[in-house]
Design a protein around this ligand. Sequence first.
Ligand SMILES: [Fe+2]
Length: 235
Amino acid sequence: MISGKWFADMHTHILPGMDDGSASVDESIALVSELSRQGITTVAATPHFYADRENPRQFLERRQNAIALLKECTDGNVTVLPGAEVCYYQGISQTEKLPELTIGGTNLLLLEMPFDNWNPSVINEVYSIQRDRKLNVVIAHIDRYLSKKNIDYIEDMLCFGILFQCNASAFLERKQRKEVLNMLKNREIHFIASDCHNMTVRPPRLCEAYKVIEDRLGHEAIKWLCENEKSIFGR
Ligand SMILES: [Fe+2]
């Protein structure tokens, strides 16, 4: 644990039975305990929202029940905020209930982009969420979209004030580490999150990632990430 230097995890799948993340209350408790052990005190529960599978009202109802179930069984050492990982769809910027899918107490919308190469129509709709709906878009796991064809869009998004979240695992994989460290060095990554799904194949690995960052980029990079989190969750 890199004590006192960071405290939030804005992208997790810790809610029991909500999506492809935690499958049971026991697994959720284990995930929350592990995050707490790593020094995290605020966790956004961000289950997948797919507009082609359910409407926002149904999703919000399910999420409320899952959060209540989790809160009954945890000791309250970790604050769990309701959120969502909203998968991009055409027309998303027009969705009435979009503000209700932001991370609780913030205006951050965690957005999962299409996995094929992006196009101007997709990017314009993302900008519309930010400009017209006045929500601050955070692209979930930016590390998954770093193809050559997306690079110009990524640079443009940064200029537009879109925020980027990178998965902790990207700092631990030899294939990606150099690229994401370089982005962070240039302050092109604003948040690191676990995107944890379970305790087996996708456990929270924030501690290890922060250790790599501190070793390679020094204290200033940790401070930058911490300040970004504090400005949102530390109030
Ligand atoms: Fe996720």
